[in-house]
Design a protein around this ligand. Sequence first.
Ligand code: AMP
Ligand code: TRP
Length: 430
Amino acid sequence: MRRVVDASPTARRTPSRADPTVPCSPPFYPHYISPKQTLTAPIPSTKQAPATTEQAGTEAKPKTERRKRVLSGVQPTGSIHLGNYFGAIKNWVKMQEEFDAFYCVVDLHAITAGGHDPKELVKSTRSSAAIYLAAGLDPARSNVLGLDPARSNVFVQSHVSAHSELCWLLNCATPIGWLEKMIQFKEKARKAGEDVSVGLLDYPVLMASDILLYNADIVPVGEDQRQHLELTRDIAGRVNNLYGGGKWKKMGPKGSRAPSGRFRGGEILRVPDAYIPEAGARVMSLTDGSAKMSKSNPAEGSRINVLDSPDEIAKKIKRCKTDAFEGLEFGNPERPEATNLLTMYQLCTGMTKEEVLGECGSMRWGDFKPALTDAVIEHLTPIQARYAEIVEEEGYLDGVLKKGADAANEVAEKTVADVRDAMGFMERIH
Ligand code: AMP
Ligand code: TRP
């Protein structure tokens, strides 16, 4: 088994995204998902994970092993759309069954574009969190997808100050050239012109902090986050190399412990794997099958939001771009809209690709569009109903977010304390 990314500081900096020859088969979830691999594949047992910050270093075997951990987040900018839902959130729901789950609303990321509207931010943060719960991440209830009551810790990123602190520490270990190469930065910076903020450049380091604070083993994201995950791995590798192992061990007397209680030495930060699903990793715009569905597209008709009413959904699908070919098919490069809309149907109905083809392959657009409309509405209706209940129930969301932030703080504080320790910061006197 070969890993795709060498997380050492000497690892190449150019993403291997485009290199189809790079195999990947880490022990459980691959860092780079091979095109054939999907979440529907049996999920191997993930109950145990070896040590990092919360457990022993290399010197001692961990006494108690923990479940493997998943972490992810969505920015509270605009509305959560089907790309966010199918690319990320829906997979989070499945993963919480097997993993120790931390899902955050990344509000600190949401201000990186600069000049945000504060009123909108707070509204969108609450609404995003409520959508997480409504989609099946509610720790108190059986979720709408029929799974057991969820076990996720749902929290708001800015409620855990360790995110900002670790970000600073990692900033000083991250070469600026690594950030300047990020595709999303280059694209967004081009659009922002002279107004581009330092925060936008630093965005991936904050994201790395989100992930590394929780020693996440796996990070479910859409395709567009692949490069950020690689960078996270590179940053973790670099910090481990610069400050971990023997150097950390020598920060105290032989066999001494770090603030988290683990022995000093070994990896400070766990190097995570990405999970990118096969279907849904890149949901495309309704008005252009070759462009990603995105919150920032000014054309509202380009996306379906999780909270769109049935009428809005019907209208958007009615007007969406199609083509003049006969029948419907997946994977024809000349028909990106067909692939996109069939995939959307597949994801909403839970059918396999083959079943979708069997049912819709010979349909005309005029027949398929109403079927797709029904499938999308049917999928979103229970989520919307639960969302309405959650926002109605006074104090409910706050309670969940408080619990989530408490649990997150407990883990995050330990990690950042260990990083401070390894980097040589004097301990605070109490
Ligand atoms: P963002 O809206 O940028 O905060 O994205 C949150 C999550 O949704 C990330 O995991 C993204 O990779 C994923 N995502 C965003 N847009 C899409 C899309 N069009 N298709 C699939 N996943 C997406
Ligand atoms: N950068 C991600 C996006 O826009 C959001 C994000 C922030 C995230 N921190 C994260 C995703 C940590 C996964 C893990 O899509």
